[in-house]
Design a protein around this ligand. Structure first.
Ligand SMILES: Cc1cc2nc3c(=O)[nH]c(=O)nc-3n(C[C@H](O)[C@H](O)[C@H](O)COP(=O)(O)OP(=O)(O)OC[C@H]3O[C@@H](n4cnc5c(N)ncnc54)[C@H](O)[C@@H]3O)c2cc1C
Length: 296
């Protein structure tokens, strides 16, 4: 008798895990609470899905978080070239763009969803939609099955792939954290990351729509620098956003509950004070008829 595996959640992880478990010989059923699979995956990368990055394993670990080393083992077994090969074999060729980012050549995140669905079909995974898992049942310290909105399902193994808690409209409402906690796991507090930032004061609204390139943003908490990024950002009606702000958001969020966080922008980080001074004087002299604020 094949091992009976139940996968909770039909996002990127659940679909991949279900397909792989079935490819390894298990009898797999995937339970998804939404009417469709891969809803979040379908909106990633503004609908284009930034599937991977061709950096090194060390780059991944360095960019993940201070405890990113736990990824090394998994990445050694399945890395970006394995993923692009996997997609290519299922009719989704990819292209590399600026910043070593990889996208489907079709620019359609939904093609990535289709490739994963195809993978589960290839290996005979059963899929049950509109089925919300409520509770993982355990007997004698052993997982025995799942209580769901559609009744009880027995299992030899359970894979919890319910995603995080961002974009709850896609089904990722953080259920997995509760289920893991009920089994005795310790859950680190969840926090937003890769998010735009609200700022105090009138500046954001006044500067709304202003996009800046090649600037340096430095973030300070209690006088100490906690992060710095160079690149593009923009002002919105509520605050600041853009690639470098999203990257800095983790440092900001980590410090917000400890007090005020300040951000400082250097608009010309490549110029030293003397060169900048000479440049400004030249600009003012050559554009003497324009208003000061417009030259700035
Ligand atoms: C706007 C946005 C853009 C993004 N862009 C990118 C990008 O370009 N590249 C990238 O790599 N990452 C991107 N991400 C991150 C990426 O979406 C996630 O890392 C990825 O979706 C995680 O996959 P997952 O399978 O772990 O979880 P999810 O995709 O969240 O899937 C979890 C699934 O579990 C289901 N589920 C939850 N609870 C239950 C339950 N109790 N019972 C049954 N089913 C349940 C959910 O309905 C959902 O289908 C983006 C995220 C967002 C929000």
């Amino acid at each position: 008798m094949p091992v009976k595996v139940l996968v909770i959640g039909g996002g990127a992880s659940g679909l991949m895990a279900a397909g792989r478990a079935a490819a390894c010989g298990a009898s797999v059923t995937l339970l998804e609470k939404m009417p469709r699979l891969g809803l979040k995956l379908g909106i990633t990368g503004k609908g284009r899905c930034n599937v991977t990055n061709i950096g090194t394993i060390n780059d991944y670990v360095a960019n993940f978080s201070p405890d990113g080393r736990f990824l090394i083992n998994a990445l050694n077994r399945f890395f970006h070239h394995d993923l692009t090969g996997f997609l290519d074999a299922r009719g989704v060729p990819t292209v590399v763009e600026r910043g070593q980012r990889v996208f489907p050549a079709s620019n359609r995140a939904l093609d990535v969803v289709s490739a994963l669905l195809r993978f589960t079909k290839e290996h005979g995974v059963s899929i049950i939609k509109n089925c919300a898992v409520k509770h993982i049942r355990v007997e004698n310290n052993q997982v025995i099955g799942l209580d769901t909105s559609r009744g009880y399902f027995a299992a030899d193994r359970v894979i919890l792939a319910t995603g995080g808690a961002s974009y709850p409209q896609t089904g990722s409402t953080g259920d997995g954290f509760r289920m893991a906690q009920e089994l005795g796991h310790t859950i680190a507090p969840i926090r937003p990351y890769l998010v735009p930032l609200l700022i105090k004061g009138p500046y954001a609204k006044e500067l709304q729509g202003l996009a800046l390139k090649n600037v340096r943003a430095s973030v300070y908490a209690r006088g100490k620098k906690i992060g710095e990024e160079f690149g593009e950002m923009l002002f919105t009606h509520f605050g600041i956003s853009g690639p470098i702000i999203l990257s800095l958001s983790r440092a900001v969020v980590d410090h917000l509950d400890k007090g005020r966080v300040e951000i400082s922008l250097c608009l010309k980080p490549a110029l030293d004070a003397k060169t900048l001074d000479a440049r400004l004087i030249r600009e003012f002299q050559s554009q003497g008829k324009r208003q000061f604020k417009n030259i700035l």
